[in-house]
Design a protein around this ligand. Structure first.
Ligand SMILES: Nc1ncnc2c1ncn2[C@@H]1O[C@H](COP(=O)(O)OP(=O)(O)OP(=O)(O)O)[C@@H](O)[C@H]1O
Length: 424
């Protein structure tokens, strides 16, 4: 797989090598000379890093670097036209705010908080990428910012359909992605917020409440602030959800990525009475890869696959069995799996918790394991992780599921959404 196609690429200062991998071929690369980073993650010298198929990324250098690449790419080219100087300028201004908080904390203004940046823009404008850079640069400078991921379509922290936050204490690995161990995860269970807007907003509010508690007890997190990534859904209900998220998380800075004059204008107009809030427009990188809806589906699937097997296929998947009586499966809201959105919008209780009958229709469904003890706590509780149902034996009343953990289920309460995955 690797070997004969090894080549060296020299990058001039402030340029980047943009790489799009093929659907089936991995690639490895290493830094030979100089310094280079992948979305803020500084590459170690002479260490091969293997990237799985489907990834698109850029190796950027501030002062020049030579890298070695081994493998076939779908597309690769070098560009000197990047918005990196502006992105770094933004980071520097966030640093000033963080330092201001820590110095004023000493003067007893302990309620002050670091920057709360929310990144908005069209789909494929590079929002998640900018979030990663801002987080990595902050970590490199010794801060511990919190990443908030509100993008249920292409979730970054864990599987799709989730609304989540994670404290970032180490550089975000370009292959492994965000750390899961301390993440606060809510399961929305759908990849389109329009299907249950009320539930989406409620879970965003729950997450904001949990982070408020977390921040009140942790001065370091408070001063480091948050970086919030959103969906590329910027019109109609999508725009209303952005305003809701900006207000709910009490954002101090809204970054609009890309040429979005109307969005900038509307946000400034609608938020003009909000104190201490700035709206800033930054250019989009030409390197951002545009993904078709089919490709997005493939990415969602590979995201679920990665949860169970690991990005580099290094996790063991455990197959386990429980009795029907050992678990209760619930769904939230009266969404219909194949029903139309508008039909659902007329449903009378989007937050209704309904017990689901355990039968074969659960096969291949991804279920979240809730920390709730009682069903009425499901919406306000985070989830421990996910399982995928492999088989339902009606006569024996047993469910077989796969899990990345060998431990018993930490709770009896499971949440069903529309996510499916075919256990291989
Ligand atoms: N400079 C770059 N060179 C090459 N690839 C890039 C570059 N910037 C971003 N990408 C890739 O482009 C893809 C889309 O970027 P990203 O996920 O940041 O967009 P987004 O606006 O968050 O997307 P969406 O909101 O639609 O989910 C990602 O695979 C990312 O790795």
């Amino acid at each position: 797989m690797f070997g004969p196609q090894i080549r060296r690429v020299k990058l001039e200062k402030q340029s980047e090598l943009r790489i799009e991998l093929q659907p089936t071929s991995p690639l490895r690369l290493r830094l030979l000379d100089g310094k280079a980073e992948i979305f803020g993650y500084e590459l170690p010298h002479e260490v091969w890093i293997t990237f799985p198929p489907l990834m698109t990324f850029a190796v950027f250098t501030w002062y020049g670097a030579t890298i070695e690449i081994d493998g076939i790419t779908g597309n690769e080219y070098i560009s000197c036209e990047t918005p990196m100087v502006n992105y770094l300028g933004l980071h520097n201004s966030l640093q000033v705010q963080r330092h201001r908080v820590t110095s004023s904390t000493r003067d007893s203004a302990s309620s002050q908080e670091g920057p709360r940046v929310i990144i908005v823009g069209d789909i494929d404008s590079g929002k998640s990428t900018l979030a990663k850079m801002l987080l990595n640069w902050a970590v490199k400078d010794g801060w511990k910012p919190t990443f908030v991921d509100l993008n249920v379509g292409q979730s970054s922290i864990t599987i799709p359909g989730t609304i989540a936050a994670a404290p970032i204490k180490m550089l975000v690995d370009p292959v492994e992605g965000f750390p899961l161990d301390k993440a606060l995860i809510h399961y929305f269970g759908l990849t389109n917020p329009s299907v249950n807007l009320r539930l989406y907003r409620t879970l965003v509010e729950e997450l904001a409440r949990e982070l408020k508690e977390e921040f009140s007890a942790n001065a370091e997190s408070r001063a480091s602030g948050m970086v919030i990534d959103t969906m590329g859904f910027i019109v109609r209900e999508g725009y209303a959800l952005l305003l809701h998220a900006i207000r709910t998380f009490n954002a101090s800075l809204v970054i609009v990525v890309g040429q979005e004059e109307k969005l900038v204008y509307d946000l400034k107009k609608n938020l003009k009475f909000k104190k201490n809030l700035q709206v800033l427009n930054l250019e989009k990188s030409e390197g951002v890869f545009s993904r078709s809806s089919d490709f997005r589906k493939t990415l969602r699937n590979s995201n679920i696959q990665n949860y169970f097997y690991g990005v580099t296929n290094d996790l063991t998947v455990y197959t386990k069995t429980v009795k029907f009586s050992d678990v209760q499966v619930y769904r939230i809201g009266d969404f219909r799996v194949s029903g139309s959105t508008s039909a659902h919008q007329r449903g009378n209780d989007p937050l209704k918790i309904t017990l689901v009958t355990i039968d074969e229709h659960l096969v291949n469904k991804v279920l979240a394991i809730s920390y709730a003890i009682k069903p009425d706590q499901i919406i306000s509780s985070i989830v421990a992780g996910f399982v995928c149902i492999k088989n339902v034996d009606i006569s024996e009343e047993r469910i077989t599921y796969v899990s990345p953990s060998a431990a018993e289920l930490p709770s009896k309460i499971l949440i069903l959404g529309t996510l499916t995955w075919h256990v291989t």
